[in-house]
Design a binder for this molecule. Structure first.
Ligand code: AP5
Ligand code: MG
Length: 211
């Protein structure tokens, strides 16, 4: 099963991806995580990506598409994968069509009013990438999954979040129409309810479709 997770910044793509990946045994491929790893290691891709991610802008399509094409050619993707944060432009979706066959696009709709708080209150595990929100951490500073330190992403500040939301509306939201026309979109809504509620809906749908 080759699946894309689509949604605005803070919609819960990473949160859901981690559970979907565990439940269905699909490698979780997040372009944002790949860029952050490269930035941490100061690779040439990292140095280029940093100038875009720090401003909440998209890394150029050619660079991003090549990274994803290389990643999907690895052995662990042979029996399926979960793409998180890619594609993010129509050009990326068209490029992906040339090297991959996508079965489903899970689109997470969310009220934009929730996103600033979700993102500015997010804490992420340095080791496994799990996302938390300060309102549910009760002062805990370690990841409950692997014990790693939690940190705040550099792009999770009000100004950069606003720019990421604007970029989503202009460049990524048109993908909903693109995949609706292809008949492979599955629509869900993320509310104030805990992430496990949305996961249960996604899980049920994927089980139904794989029968
Ligand atoms: P990326 O890392 O993909 O960031 P993003 O799309 O902005 O999305 P986020 O990771 O911020 O949000 P999410 O939907 O994963 O939410 P999460 O589950 O963490 O990309 C970063 C940057 O890299 C981009 O800006 C760009 O520069 C570059 N980039 C990446 N891909 C690219 C591409 N394809 N092309 C070009 N450039 C690219 O949840 C958020 C918070 O909400 C957490 O605190 C979480 O605990 C909480 N939460 C989640 N679900 C719920 C819920 N149901 N109720 C309450 N809180 C919830
Ligand atoms: Mg994410």
């Amino acid at each position: 099963m080759n699946v894309i997770l689509l949604g605005a910044p803070g919609a819960g793509k990473g949160t859901q991806a981690s559970q979907i990946s565990d439940r269905f045994g699909l490698p979780h491929i997040s372009t944002g995580d790949i860029f952050r790893e490269n930035i941490k290691n100061a690779t040439p891709i990292g140095l280029l990506a940093k100038s875009y991610t720090d401003k909440g802008q998209l890394v150029p399509d050619e660079v991003t598409c090549q990274i994803v094409e290389d990643r999907l050619s690895r052995a662990d993707c042979k029996n399926g994968y979960l793409l998180d944060g890619f594609p993010r432009t129509i050009a990326q979706a068209e490029a992906l069509d040339k090297f991959a066959k996508i079965d489903y696009v899970i689109n997470i709709n969310v009220d934009f009013g929730l996103l600033m708080d979700r993102l500015c209150g997010r804490r992420v595990c340095k080791d496994c990438g799990e996302s938390y929100h300060i309102s549910r951490l009760n002062g805990e500073t370690k990841c409950s999954r692997c014990g790693g330190e939690l940190y705040q992403r550099k792009d999770d500040n009000p100004e950069t979040v606003q720019s990421r939301l604007d970029v989503y509306k202009a460049q990524t939201a048109p993908l909903i129409d693109y995949y609706t026309k292809k008949g492979i979109i599955l629509n869900f809504t993320s509310t104030d309810a805990p992430p496990s509620v949305l996961f249960a809906e996604i899980e049920a749908k994927l089980i139904e479709l794989s029968k």
